[in-house]
Design a protein around this ligand. Structure first.
Ligand SMILES: [Zn+2]
Length: 47
């Protein structure tokens, strides 16, 4: 399990990808499907 960057919960089902700044971004299935916003430590924001 990994921590979702959007909701901060431990996610069993998640997607992992890299931001343009080379950071690992983990989002759970719920946040991905609902487009919950996130911000990385370097200031990259999504979805
Ligand atoms: Zn989440």
């Amino acid at each position: 399990m990994k921590t979702c960057i959007s909701c901060g919960k431990q996610a069993k089902r998640y997607t992992e990808f890299e931001s343009p700044n080379g950071e690992k971004i983990v989002r759970c299935k719920y946040c991905k499907e609902n487009g919950v916003p996130y911000k990385t430590p370097s200031g990259f924001e999504g979805p």
